[in-house]
Every structure is written in C-alpha cells, then in structure tokens.
Design a protein around this ligand. Structure first.
Ligand code: ADP
Ligand code: MG
Length: 697
C-alpha cells in the first residue's frame, strides 16, 4: 500500500524541504518573500540554488528549466543540465544563484504582438519564488515570469502577480478602515475544476481533425449520446478508474491536492478538482494538471482532449474558476457569517465585487474569449455569453431590502427533514446552485463558470483581481475621511447595490427570454470571441490596467493583437484541415462507395436486363455524387476564403473575415460531409464515428 501522506509533495521543493535544507536566516528571508510578495534578497539566491540542486540531484534530476507561460496557450521550457566541467575531463553538478534567478533566451519565436522585433530577440525569465520549484521527468522545474529585453511582460504570469498585489493593497485599506491591523496581506485563492474527454488512442490517430485542431470537424451524432443523462456521476469504468488513480498519484507527488473526480455529462467526459490554493500557484497547478492528464492518458492507451468542444451535439468542456478573497490570518472575506444583514464589512466586499463585475463585464467576457470557447458559451451547456451574477435567494432578498429601505431579518439556518427517521437531519445551504450563471456566489466564494477547458487561468483572474481592486480603491477613497464609518459604508453599499443591481440575475440563463431581458438592462452580449477582443484596449480598460500597473497600454495593444492573430490562425488551421480531409479521405470514400454501387447496378442489369431493380443504386449514386460535388466545391471556396482572410494586413479585419466568410463555409462543408457519412457503410467511411469515439474508450 502506498502511504499517501508520505509521498504527497515528495517532488516539490516546498516549505518543509526548505525548512530542513536551508540555513535558518535564508529560510526566513525566503518565506518572507513568498508570503509578502516582497523582493528577494539576491545574496540568499546562491544558498537556495545550491540546496535546490542537491535536493533535485538526490531525486535523480540531471537538468533544470525555467518554466514559463508565454502568450500561447501552453507552457514553455528549455532544459539545461547541471553539469559543469572542472578540468581533467571531469564534471560536477552545479547550479548558481544567478541561474536560479535569471534565465536569458533567444525567444523570438513566441508571440509578442510586436513587442519584440525578431532582431531584438532577447527575452528573460525570472524566478517566481511564490510558486514552489518541483521535479518532473528528472528535471528541476523553476516557475518563472517572462519579459522582453525592454522589460515588457511577455507572459501571463507577470500581470497576474501584479493584480494579486493590487487587490491586496486595496483590500488592506478597507480592512484598516474596519480596524483590522492584524492582516498584512489579502490573498486571492482559486480552485479550478477541470473538465476533459478521453478517447482511445487508436481511434484518435485515425482523425486528422483531432490531431491538428483538438476537435472533430466532421461527424454525425451517435444514436445514443447524453440523452439519458446516464454518464454524469456514473460508476467509473475500470480503465478510467485506473487512469484516474494514477493521475491522482502523479499530482499528489507534485503537491497538487487532487480531491474530486467524477464522470461528467457527456459520454467519455470527466472532471477533476484540486483543493484551492493561492491564485498564481493555482494557475501553475492547473497547467500541470492539464499536462499530467495528457501524459497519464497516453500510458493508458488513450488521448485526453482538453478542447472546449471536441464533439458537436454533446456538452463541451469548461473550467470553473472558484475565487475567494481571504486574509493571511486565515479569514475568508466572503464569508457572510450568521448575520449577513449586520455584517457591513462583508456587504462592502460583496458590493465591490458586484460593482466590479458590472463595470467590467466586457473584460470578463474577453478573458474567456477563445475560438474554442465560442462553441460553448450560450449553447445550453455553459453560461451564455452575457455576463451576470447569481447570488441566491437569501442575498438577493437582503439586497432588495437594503435598496428599498425595508427591514430585513437574517434567516435562521433551515434544517432538512426528509421524513425518513433513519436519515439524519442536516442543515441546508443558504444558496441553491444555478448552473446557468456565469458568476455565481456559492457560499463563501464566487464561481466564474465561463472559462474554457484549455485556457490558462491567468487572464480571467487578472481581470477579476484588478476590477475588484478598482472597486475597493473607489470605496476606500470614498470612506477614508468619513467620521461615521458604519453609516457612510451603509450608504455606499446601498448606492452601489442600486446602481449595479442590473448585473444580478437569478433566473435561467439558458432561456430565450434572458438575452432579451439582458438587452433591456443594457448588459453586453458579445456573441463570439472576435466581438470581444477589442475591449482590451478600450480607453476605460486601459485606464484600469495602467492605473494599477498591471499592464501598460503598449502591453495591452500587443495582447489584443495576439488575440486577433491567434483566432485567425486557429480558424485557418481548422479550414485547411477540413479541405485536406475532404480531398484525401472523404471524396475518395464517397467515390469508392459510388463505384461499388455502380458495380452492383451493373451486375443487376446483367442478370435481370432492363427490368433490373436498380432504383435504389441510382438514388444513392445520384445523391452521393451531388454531395461529393458540393463538398468539392465548398472546399475550393473555403480554400480561397481562407487565403483571402489570411492575406488581410490588418489583424482585426483578418479575424473578422475568418469569422464572417470562412466559418460559414466550414459549416456548409461539414453539413455535406455529415450527410454523406449517414449514407456510407462503416467499412468504407474513413473516419471513426462519434459512437465509437465517445463510448469505446
Ligand atoms: P462545487 O459546489 O462546485 O462542487 P466544491 O466545494 O466541490 O464546489 O469546490 C469546487 C472547487 O472550489 C474546489 O477546487 C474547491 O477547492 C474550491 N473552493 C472551495 N472553497 C473555496 C474558496 N474559499 N476559495 C476558492 N476556491 C474554493
Ligand atoms: Mg463547481
């Protein structure tokens, strides 16, 4: 039997290891940096580096890498070995403080949105001591930030760390008003629920669309998919259970507290949730989770699909970003306590978040805007593209009472009695769930549910942290000189609720009536990601990010350009893949079947003469020939439309051309091909079908 507590975190240079291996003063100095986010004292870096190296080498590591998060959707790493020649053809294992703190690379091939010319290719990685180093594949991974020679952030982590500082600083001002002097840092925590699909590797290998784009570009729904709702929480198949056990073990070794696992709604879809941690660590951990899911799946003869919509017609995958705000003394600032109505501090933080979500709905929408997520949002399986908040009956009643000056008494906790004596009674939660809400209060945290499954969680959290920091700043400024804090705060809370109530929606977000109602309320509805990208550089948003030093206007422009470019590239790859598959697989398959049918008709005519019953063959040949024609024509049009879109110099115009001209042709092409799939025998159809892919893992 594996002793889990013993192996938990064994591959992480965590607090326990640091305490054990570092001299006392070095340990204290390093933990101070980790806890406060203050700059590290360079003099200790050599000592830390040496201890890290000794520990890593003992565990079999031969290399180290500065692990960073460029503006692609994946992480980056370049490995250097610890070896250092000492003469006499000998080497020692060496790692200096300089190498720990700073890495330099010619990183000109990462997206920079024009922030770096290829001729000025130098990029730097710098150690992020607040996220522990760890060992994977005999390599010491050092979490780092990534910037250009001129100091512009080229990654997702730098602005995230800045946003964590910004919200802490402003929240501390509010706490100070309420007389809290014990707290020295306010920390945002994130728990990321990760959805994914698993598919048999042999089937995966037969589909270029999955290989190149991560999703199926063709394919007819299977007769049975998720209609019976019999996969959600269903018992795990042995193979899946074994996969999940190994996955948990790998994650536990890396100090990732994988806690919950279950089957999800769609067939072959699953979910994993670790226990929440500080935001930047949660983001790092989620990236490791995604990578580990893929690696372990491979060992079990499967491929993990992290795309937001691997299959049309069944649910896609998202990532719920559970977010809360707490003090370094362990208090959750989003806990209402027993009497929310009289908890002014809680109501003030709640008001700040409501104001933030309403004021920056555009940025929240933008933070989840990816071509993959366009397939999910608003498709009755995920929240709509309209940002709104769910607070639950109790808080909404309370807010109504505050806005309307009505007396409100806190609800006593209610007890559930099922009338079955043997079942113990229990208290039930003050909020029900609302699966359709994009931003839902769930007791003592908010759950942002719009995030796509393959996304890096940084941007959504940068936006939440910074937007809330802004509300808190406005509040702290307004309340700073008030004599009667309680009275002034109450007035401010009431005003804020009144002004921003439109963002609260407790109803069914999937209903057709909601977009109409949302429009009346003046809420934004960016239906696709391309419609949302421009928000990043809207003056009010540039003002927000620059005010708190999160991103400069140059960095924002660069990131917006990357969003547009990435969109175009993704759609271009999808279009090219479709054309390729049509030419190389689909049309040849149709022709093969037509040839077979022609042969059958010929045989029949030979045997039966003019009276031969060949009307079926005629009909099939006729329809299939027409479909092949349509597929060929549409593929040609698609090719030209993609080339035209690609030729546009302006990245915005190009992205919109992909959306408006290319995607409709892709939809048309798919419909012709899918119709053909329904008519062609499975031994001739060249692609694994939906039923096999989703039910035969
Ligand atoms: P759900 O109601 O969505 O099933 P769970 O309680 O299972 O919620 O938690 C889902 C995720 O939320 C987990 O990753 C969990 O660790 C995280 N979580 C729980 N409490 C908090 C909190 N205070 N702050 C941030 N994340 C939290
Ligand atoms: Mg959840």
């Amino acid at each position: 039997m594996t002793n889990i507590p013993e192996i938990y975190g064994c591959m992480v240079f965590n607090d326990a290891v640091m305490r054990q291996r570092l001299p006392r003063d070095v340990y204290k100095s390093l933990t101070y940096t980790i806890q406060t986010g203050k700059t590290i004292d360079v003099s200790i870096a050599n000592v830390v580096a040496n201890a890290m190296k000794d520990w890593a080498v003992e565990k079999g590591a031969t290399h180290y890498t500065h692990w960073f998060q460029p503006l692609t959707s994946v992480t980056a790493e370049k490995h250097d070995s610890f070896i250092s020649p000492i003469g006499g053809d000998k080497v020692v294992m060496d790692f200096s403080g300089k190498e720990l703190i700073k890495g330099e690379s010619d990183a000109s091939s990462f997206p920079s949105g024009g922030l770096r010319e290829t001729c000025n290719a130098r990029g730097y990685t710098a150690w992020d001591p607040s996220s522990y180093a760890f060992i994977k594949d005999n390599t010491l991974y050092i979490p780092t930030v990534f910037c250009s020679y001129t100091g512009d952030a080229l990654d997702t982590k730098t602005p995230l760390l800045r946003s964590m500082d910004a919200i802490s600083e402003q929240a501390l001002r509010i706490l100070a008003l309420f007389g809290d002097t014990a707290t020295s840092r306010v920390v945002t925590s994130v728990g990321a629920e990760q959805e994914y699909f698993l598919i048999n590797k042999e089937l995966f290998d037969k589909r270029e669309d999955l290989l190149y784009t991560g999703r199926t570009l063709f394919g007819v729904s299977a007769p049975k998919s998720q209609q019976l709702e019999d996969h959600y929480y269903a018992p795990l198949k042995t193979k899946i259970s074994q996969f999940m056990q190994e996955l948990d073990m790998e994650l536990w070794k890396l100090g990732i507290a994988s806690k919950t696992k279950h089957n999800e709604v769609a067939p072959s879809q699953h979910e994993l949730a670790p226990i929440y941690v500080t935001t930047n660590v949660a983001v790092d951990q989620n990236l490791i989770v995604m990578e580990t899911i893929k690696k372990v799946a491979e060992r079990h003869g499967m491929v993990a699909l992290l795309h937001e919509k691997p299959y049309a017609g069944i649910n896609g995958s998202g990532k719920h970003n559970n977010w809360s705000l707490g003090t370094d003394t362990g208090k959750n600032l989003l806990s209402a306590g027993k009497n929310p109505a009289s908890n002014t501090q809680f109501l003030l933080f709640l008001a700040a978040i409501i104001k933030a979500v309403d004021d920056y709905q555009d940025l929240l929408r933008l933070s989840v805007a990816t071509p993959g997520n366009d397939h999910r949002l608003g498709a009755d399986e995920a929240p709509p593209a309209i940002v709104s908040m769910f607070l639950g009956d109790e808080l909404e009643e309370l807010i109504d009472a505050i806005v309307g000056d009505i007396d409100y008494t806190d609800k006593a906790k209610r007890t559930m009695d099922l009338g079955v004596p043997s079942v113990p009674t229990f208290r039930y939660d003050s909020t029900d769930r609302n699966r359709t809400s994009p931003f839902a209060f769930t007791g003592n945290k908010f759950e942002f549910r719009m995030v796509g499954s393959s996304q890096n969680l940084s941007l959504p959290n940068i936006v939440i942290n910074t937007a809330v920091a802004k509300s808190l700043k406005d509040f702290a400024d307004a309340l700073a000189d008030e004599g009667d804090l309680e009275c002034a705060a109450r007035e401010l809370i009431k005003r804020t609720f009144k002004e921003h109530k439109r963002i609260i929606f407790n109803g069914n977000g999937y209903s057709d009536k909601w977009p109409v109602e949302a429009d009346k309320r003046g809420l934004l509805n960016f239906k696709t990601s391309v419609d949302a990208f421009h928000c990043l550089t809207d003056p009010k948003n540039v003002e927000l990010f620059t005010q708190f030093g999160i991103m400069s206007s140059v960095e924002l422009c660069a990131r917006e350009e990357i969003l547009f470019e990435n969109y175009s590239k993704v759609i271009d790859i999808e279009a090219k893949t479709m054309v390729d598959m049509v030419h190389k697989k689909i049309i040849p398959a149709i022709e093969r079947y037509v040839a077979h049918l022609t042969g059958v008709a010929k045989d029949k005519l030979e045997v039966f003469g003019a009276a031969a019953p060949v009307s079926l063959e005629r009909r099939l040949i006729g329809e299939l020939s027409l479909l092949a024609d349509t597929a060929y024509d549409t593929a040609e049009k698609l090719k030209s439309a993609a080339a035209l879109a690609d030729g546009e110099q302006d990245c915005k115009i190009s992205a919109f051309a992909y959306k408006n001209k290319v995607i409709p042709l892709m939809i048309g092409l798919r419909s012709a091909v899918d119709r053909a799939e329904t008519m062609i025998p499975s031994n001739i159809w060249p692609l694994p079908c939906y039923g096999d892919m989703t039910l035969k893992q």
